[in-house]
Design a protein around this ligand. Structure first.
Ligand code: ACO
Length: 372
């Protein structure tokens, strides 16, 4: 049986990709046109109605729920128009399946129940495959797709870069698995407001996290291969059902393992989202405190910001931000080791975190497979 042919869950990626190309051209023209008022007017007149929504960012959520796989349902956090046909509120599905089903875009408008809050929604539930991130607005299509999803029934894509008895991280190249990565990027926009990269995935690598022995991704981070600042992470998301299990910390720590291998002192692409900041502050605080109190700098009576940065692999600006957050930096940027000691003692006492002798929070060095 040709699974692809019979797969009812399809996407608008190809068509949308073309659309995006068209849109980018239009924006470029409009930028150029700014130089001449007359030209600007002419170009703007020609632009489609929603041209300014290039990056898919909306003020409010427009999809109420995500059904992620057959058994996980949760609210979206942010709005996006990239799942929809250009200028419309129809989910962008262009490939007709051969099961002779009605196209979702032609079906009766969804009945909207209840509150005025809900009536703002373009779609009540987006059904997303938790293995490959393809999507539909028809539940039955997701159920049927899940039975034949290649990524559920076969090995997940990419090369294993970390494999402990608990967790596996696979590196997936955008250039090789573009549809998978594009669908993943669309999904990410539902939980990350300032995300703006959906389709041009060829210059990105995606590090997907799995429970060892399971094919369901739990989260990922992406890395821009052309990053001018050589950032070690472009965007990170732990999918909502898996948050607050230290998995964000695991991926952040792994991103630093990769950059240390290249002898880079680096960090994530800025600005961080509010949750990104919380997650990073947690990782940076623990690592810095460990190195100062129990690690490589523990026998020192004074420590410079530069030394802390070199020891941890964290950018000096991020070290400064963290020490300010911990209230361990005086007005002359001198580090107060005693204050760090007190903070770390409390942290240990709350038994929130244990750090191994190599300064690792979640990663176990012996399971790293990052030598290429
Ligand atoms: C460069 C960028 O990509 S910035 C964008 C960052 N990504 C996003 O904003 C997407 C949505 N958010 C997420 O995916 C997640 O919240 C992440 C990736 C930021 C964090 O992932 P998680 O796996 O949930 O974090 P993790 O469990 O490792 O949290 C570590 C600590 O950070 C703090 N923390 C994390 N999330 C929260 C939260 N929602 N509320 C309060 N504290 C939190 C806690 O102290 C936590 O430790 P604890 O649970 O023992 O108290």
């Amino acid at each position: 049986m040709d699974n692809e042919k019979n797969d009812p869950v399809v996407t608008n990626i190809v068509a949308t990709k073309d659309k995006v190309t068209t849109r980018v051209l239009a924006i470029k023209r409009s930028k150029k046109a700014k130089k001449s008022k007359v030209a600007k007017k002419t170009v703007q007149k020609k632009l489609p109605k929603d041209e300014n929504e290039l990056y898919g960012i909306l003020d409010e959520p427009n999809i109420n729920y995500v059904q992620f796989g057959v058994d996980k349902r949760f609210h979206t956090w942010y709005g996006t128009n990239v799942y929809f046909e250009n200028g419309s509120r129809d989910l962008g599905i262009v490939i007709e399946n051969n099961l002779n089903r009605e196209s979702p875009t032609k079906k009766e408008p969804m009945k909207k129940k209840g509150t005025s809050e809900k009536s703002k929604m373009w779609l009540d539930t987006l059904f997303v495959c938790e293995y490959c991130f393809k999507y539909t607005d028809i539940e039955q299509h997701l159920i049927e797709h899940t039975k034949i999803c290649k990524l559920k029934n076969n090995c997940p894509p990419g090369k294993i870069k970390y494999k402990s008895p608990k967790y596996t991280i696979r590196r997936i190249k955008g250039s090789k698995h573009s549809l998978f990565c594009q669908c993943l990027c669309l999904f990410t926009k539902l939980f990350l407001d300032n995300k703006s990269m959906y389709f041009k995935v060829e210059n990105y690598e995606f590090y997907m996290l799995y429970e060892t022995g399971d094919n369901k991704p739990m989260g990922f981070f992406s890395k821009d291969l052309l990053s001018y600042q050589q950032n070690n992470l472009a965007c990170i998301l732990i999918f909502p059902p898996y948050q607050r299990r230290q998995l964000g910390t695991l991926l952040i720590e792994f991103s630093y393992k990769l950059s240390r291998l290249q002898s880079l002192i680096t960090g994530p692409e800025l600005p961080l989202s509010p949750f990104g900041l919380i997650g990073y502050m947690y990782y940076w605080s623990n690592l810095i405190a460990y190195e100062v109190i129990d690690g490589q700098l523990s026998n020192r009576s004074t420590i410079s910001l530069n030394e802390l940065s070199l020891t941890t692999g964290i950018r000096t600006s991020d070290v400064v931000m963290t020490l300010k957050h911990l209230d361990c930096l005086d007005t002359k940027n001198r580090i107060n080791i005693q204050m760090i000691r007190e903070w770390f003692k409390k942290q240990k006492a709350s038994k929130k975190q244990t750090i191994d002798n190599a300064g690792n929070i979640m990663i176990e060095d012996e399971y790293l497979l990052i030598d290429d």
